[in-house]
Design a protein around this ligand. Structure first.
Ligand SMILES: [Zn+2]
Length: 189
């Protein structure tokens, strides 16, 4: 599942992508080609401590370019192929260890390069033990009791950040009590 959440007030978008390709980068390339219809190539790697990636993307053609002469279109294609070939020579070591500027000049040393200011990125998952508890409460006492009886505890794993939330018998009883309190207070009102 791919979630695009532009924090600048734009509409969030979620898409389900078929698992086509044998790596995350291949799957994402397929997604970009099919859903966004943009030619994209992605390289990803990690060494256990850090992860690095490179993405090259063919900019969408403007209306002017759509009607432009054939030879310019083939020039575009040639540039795209050349840049793709040069980028594909990147090694995992270079991706993980070289500063961006050095990497770009090394890969594309005959190209005209313009380096934009970097934007910081951070991994973030909005899951909390509280939100998982609320989700469990919605399953109802009967369901929670039967899971506890069957497995001894309740385990919920967040597929985004891989955090495992475990609720033992005492925790589960607490969940059911909290639900009872909510129900009572609703009845009072
Ligand atoms: Zn999470």
């Amino acid at each position: 599942m791919i979630t695009l959440d532009p924090k600048d007030g734009g509409q969030a978008y979620q898409g389900i992508v078929p698992l086509e390709g044998d790596s995350i980068s291949a799957i994402l390339e397929n997604y970009m080609l099919r859903s966004e219809q943009i030619d994209t190539k992605i390289w990803l790697c990690c060494d256990g401590n850090s992860a690095a990636g490179m993405l090259i993307q063919k900019l969408p053609e403007t209306m002017n370019q759509v009607t432009q002469a054939e030879d310019l279109i083939s020039q575009d294609l040639e540039t795209w192929n050349r840049v793709g070939y040069l980028a594909s020579t990147v090694t995992e070591d270079e991706l993980l260890n070289l500063p961006t500027e050095t990497l770009l000049t090394r890969l594309f040393n005959e190209e005209d390069i313009r380096l934009f200011e970097a934007s910081p990125t951070a991994f973030f998952c909005s899951c909390t033990r509280e939100s998982v508890s609320n989700m469990l409460r919605m399953l109802g006492d009967k369901e929670l009791t039967s899971i506890i009886e069957e497995r001894g505890n309740i385990e919920v794993n967040c597929d985004f950040c891989n955090t495992l939330y475990t609720f033992d018998k005492v925790d589960a009883a607490q969940l059911m009590i909290t639900e009872a309190v909510i129900t009572t207070s609703l009845e009072i009102h």
